[in-house]
Design a binder for this molecule. Structure first.
Ligand code: GDP
Ligand code: MN
Length: 369
C-alpha cells in the first residue's frame, strides 16, 4: 500500500526525520486560510511518481500565485490519477540533493540501504546512466542499521562534518521506520541540503500489503481504478495492464498461463479478469463489460477450461452480451458441446487448444510474428 507524501511525512515526523511545515487542502479556496510564511510550495498528492515533471509541483511567491496554482493543480490528472489533495508547505532553498532509501532487497534477503549524491532525479535513471554514483549496503537483520553503518554510507556520498551527522540521524531513523512500519520501500528523494542541514523534501513509503493488518494506525489508501472497483464489487478479480488484448479466464493459474501465452506469441495483455470457479452467465456478462471498457483494448480473449465452471453458462453469457470487440474463445471441459452449440448459434467459433487461440488473439490485435 502506497502512502501519500503527506502521510509519509507524518511518519517521518514521528521518527524525527526533519520535514518542512505544511498542511493539506482539498479545495483551492482553502489556500487563503493557510498561515505559513511565503514562498510556499504546492504539491499534488497522488500515488504516482514524477509529479514535478507533470506540473504537479509549483512554487508560489505570493498569495495570488498560490491561488492560481492551487486552482490549476487540484483536479488535474497525473498519469491517470485525479489530484484531490494538495500539500502546501514552506518552500526552501535547496543547495544540493541526495537520495536515500531502504528497500526490501529480495536478492540480499534483507533490507538494503541505497544512497546517492545524485538525488532529485529518478534513481532508475541514475542506475542506468551512472551506476557508480549509487552506494548500496545490505542490512544484517540481526545487527540492524547502526550509526557506524550510516557513517560509512554517508562517507561514500562524500559527506562530512554536520551534514554527515545529520545523515546518520536521518538514515538510522529511516531504517527504524522501514522496519517498524513493515515498509517495502522508504525513500527520500531529494534529501536536500537546506541552510547547511539535511531536510526530507519528498517522502515515499510503501507498506507491505501483507503487513497492513498489523498497522491499524496507518491510513488506508484506495489504489484501485474505477474498473477494478467495479470488478471487486461484482466478486470478480481484475487487474489492469498496459497492452491491447483483454483476457478473461477461470482460475488464477489458467489466467496466468494465458497471459504468458499471449506474451509468448508477441501480444500484450490489456488486463485480465478471473471469473473464478463456478462462474455464472451473469458473472460472464459483467466480465465482458468490465474488460472491454478499458481504453485501448482491441481484442477480447476468453480462455475457459470448464470444471465447476460450465461451458454452457460461459457461452450463454457471451451470447447475451455480445462483445463489441473482435472475440477469440477457447472452450473446453464441462458441457463443452452445449457451450459450442450456443456460441455457434450466436455466430462464434471456439478453439480447443489454447495456443492456437492465443495466436489468433495476437494476430487480431495486429501484433506477433
Ligand atoms: P516528485 O517529482 O514527485 O519526486 O516530487 P518532489 O517532492 O521530489 O519534487 C520535485 C522537485 O521539485 C525536487 O527535486 C525539487 O527540485 C523541487 N522542489 C520540491 N520542493 C521544493 C522546495 O520547497 N523548494 C525548491 N526550491 N524546490 C523544491
Ligand atoms: Mn521526489
Amino acid at each position: 500500500m502506497k502512502l501519500h507524501e503527506y502521510q509519509a511525512k507524518d511518519l517521518f515526523r514521528a521518527h524525527r526525520i526533519p520535514v518542512q511545515n505544511g498542511t493539506v487542502i482539498e479545495r483551492a479556496d482553502e489556500i487563503d486560510a493557510v498561515s505559513l510564511p511565503y514562498p510556499l510550495v504546492l504539491k499534488a498528492q497522488v500515488l504516482v511518481g514524477g509529479r514535478g515533471k507533470a506540473g504537479g509541483i509549483k512554487l508560489a511567491a505570493t498569495p495570488e500565485d498560490a491561488r492560481r496554482h492551487a486552482a490549476a493543480i487540484l483536479g488535474m490528472s497525473i498519469k491517470g490519477e485525479t489530484v484531490r489533495r494538495l500539500l502546501v508547505a514552506e518552500a526552501v532553498d535547496i543547495a544540493a540533493e541526495y537520495y536515500l532509501a531502504f528497500i526490501v532487497d529480495r536478492g540480499a534477503r534483507a533490507l538494503s540501504a541505497i544512497a546517492s549524491a545524485a538525488g532529485g532525479i529518478d534513481i532508475e535513471d541514475v542506475a542506468r546512466t551512472a551506476p557508480e554514483k549509487i552506494a548500496k549496503a545490505a542490512v544484517d537483520p540481526f545487527l540492524g542499521f547502526r550509526p557506524f553503518h550510516a557513517r560509512e554510507l554517508g562517507r561514500r556520498l562524500g559527506l562530512s562534518g554536520a551534514l554527515l551527522g545529520d545523515f546518520v540521524t536521518v538514515a538510522t531513523a529511516l531504517y527504524r521506520l522501514c522496519e517498524g512500519e513493515d515498509a517495502e520501500l522508504a525513500e527520500i528523494n531529494p534529501l536536500a541540503v537546506v541552510s547547511g542541514r539535511l531536510l526530507a523534501v519528498d517522502a515515499k513509503v510503501i507498506i507491505d500489503d501483507n503487513a497492513v493488518f498489523r498497522h491499524a494506525e496507518l491510513p488506508t489508501n484506495e489504489e484501485m481504478t474505477e474498473l477494478e472497483r467495479a470488478a471487486r464489487a461484482g466478486g470478480l478479480s481484475y487487474v489492469e495492464l498496459d497492452g491491447d488484448i483483454a483476457i478473461i479466464g477461470n482460475g488464477a493459474g489458467l489466467v496466468m498461463s494465458t497471459l504468458d501465452m499471449v506474451a509468448h506469441f508477441g501480444g500484450a495483455p490489456a488486463n485480465f479478469l478471473d471469473v473464478g470457479g463456478g462462474a455464472t452467465e451473469a458473472n460472464m456478462r459483467q466480465a465482458i463489460d468490465i474488460v472491454g471498457r478499458k481504453p485501448g483494448v482491441r481484442v477480447l480473449f476468453v480462455n475457459i477450461f470448464g470444471g465447476i465452471t460450465r461451458c454452457d453458462d460461459i457461452a450463454r453469457g457471451i451470447a447475451a452480451n455480445r462483445p463489441a470487440l473482435p472475440l477469440v474463445v477457447r472452450l473446453t471441459g464441462t458441457n463443452e458441446d452445449e457451450g459450442r452449440r450456443i456460441l455457434k448459434d450466436a455466430g462464434f467459433d471456439a478453439f480447443v487448444e489454447p495456443e492456437s487461440a492465443a495466436q489468433r488473439a495476437v494476430a487480431l490485435a495486429g501484433g506477433g510474428a
